[in-house]
Design a protein around this ligand. Structure first.
Ligand code: MG
Length: 401
């Protein structure tokens, strides 16, 4: 770490987090892992009890290891990507990295850009590569990206519950844990009454809601009515991802922020949404936009347009969470992210130390090199369902656990 600080001071800022950084790889190991959630998480598109996802380990010729997590789920519900499509895409992207020549971030982006879509698969490789590059420099990813915050403010995302009373009790438990803002998942039929119940129980609480595209555009007047009545601070992605005009209509003179999540997948989609005034808040997910580089660029672009950004979550394990926490240390992320402590989602996380909620509803940004936390070999072994390994000149081979 000390070496990193000294080198950082010597280097001009633009060379930190440079796309020209390169590293020679020895091995790539892709695993499918399974982790049980502490409790079911229900959104407008379904219930998750257990997360099965891909985890990528990149090993450099010097023996350093970088980690990347793929946010794609088993089912194409949040997005069209799945564990299956990501596995196939990674099977195309990874062999090219396993060359005797050092691979740069710019070279990876150029290769990845040849394929349309598959942002989550691309982000898996990009984040693992950045972890490695940062470790090679002796820097944390936050430093590598140019982030300055030591702690980041976080909130908690609360799923759909069987009854409004159950929701109010759950929110109360999170407030007891120390969270200061909650994001309630909503859908048609689960909005006015449960949100109103939480507002009555906690008159001063900062409440956001997220519909994951569940409403028809004809519901705009009703959403405006209940969200205003319950003093909701932010309404996230009520309409379909391509319904830019409907979001713009909702945002006009709204007493709450209108946040876009699924609609924003790249720079052109953000530029169009900004031009249409369709958002007054931006949820940036590393996985949805193809990696940390794009996430940083979109947040900067939003800030220039006066749109505050925050880091969204995808039920990540400690690996993806670490990348997200480093991202949130950057200046444009001025709203609290969906970056809860490890214990919010998993009893046993894959990383050590786990993320713990600190005073002021914050998480500490790890200071050690790379993601700043270590994957625990025993926890990884227990969670692994299969592995596929590529080596330089050796092709790929698979194994079941
Ligand atoms: Mg969302």
């Amino acid at each position: 770490m000390a070496a990193c600080s000294i080198r950082s001071r010597r280097l001009p800022n633009r060379s930190i987090g440079s796309a020209r950084d390169s590293v020679a790889l020895r091995r790539a190991v892709l695993r499918e892992v399974a982790l049980d959630l502490v409790e079911p998480f229900e959104t407008s598109f379904g219930v998750e009890r257990r997360r099965r996802f891909l985890l990528l380990e990149l090993e450099s010729r010097d023996g350093l290891v970088g980690w990347g997590e793929c946010a794609a789920a088993r089912e194409p519900r949040y997005s069209s990507e799945t564990v299956g499509t990501a596995r196939e895409t990674l099977g195309r992207l990874l062999p090219a990295l396993l060359s005797p020549e050092p691979v740069s971030l710019a070279a990876f982006h150029a290769r990845a850009d040849r394929y349309r879509g598959h942002a989550m698969a691309k982000a898996t490789v990009e984040t693992a590569l950045i972890d490695l590059l940062a470790r090679a420099r002796g820097c944390s990813i936050a430093e590598w990206l140019g982030g300055r915050r030591r702690r980041v403010e976080v909130g908690v995302s609360v799923g759909i519950h069987p009854t409004p009373d159950a929701l109010v009790r759950r929110v109360g438990a999170y407030l007891d844990d120390g969270y200061r803002r909650v994001k309630l998942k909503v859908r048609p039929g689960w909005d006015d009454v449960p949100v109103g119940a939480v507002r009555r129980a906690y008159p001063d609480l900062e409440i956001w809601v997220d519909a994951n595209q569940a409403y028809p555009t004809t519901a705009a007047a009703d959403i405006r009515r209940w969200a205003s009545a319950h003093r909701v601070a932010q309404v996230e992605q009520p309409f379909a991802e391509r319904a830019v005009r409907a979001h713009a209509d909702l945002a006009r003179h709204a007493p709450f922020r209108v946040c876009l999540d699924e609609s924003i997948v790249d720079r052109p989609s953000l530029e169009d949404a900004i031009r249409a005034r369709a958002l007054t808040s931006l949820n940036v997910k590393t996985s949805r936009v193809g990696g940390l580089t794009a996430a940083r660029e979109l947040a900067r672009l939003a800030a220039i347009a006066g749109v505050p950004a925050w880091v969204g979550g995808m039920l990540e394990s400690g690996v993806g969470r670490a990348h997200n926490v480093h991202l949130a240390s950057l200046g444009p992320f001025t709203l609290p992210g969906d970056l809860s402590a490890s214990g919010r989602y998993y009893r046993t996380d894959l990383v050590d130390p786990p993320f713990v909620l600190r005073p002021g509803s914050t998480l500490e940004v790890p200071r050690s090199p790379g993601i700043g936390v270590e994957v625990v070999p025993a926890a990884l072994r227990r969670a692994t369902r299969w592995t596929r390994t590529w080596t330089v000149g050796g092709g790929g081979h698979s194994a079941r656990s």
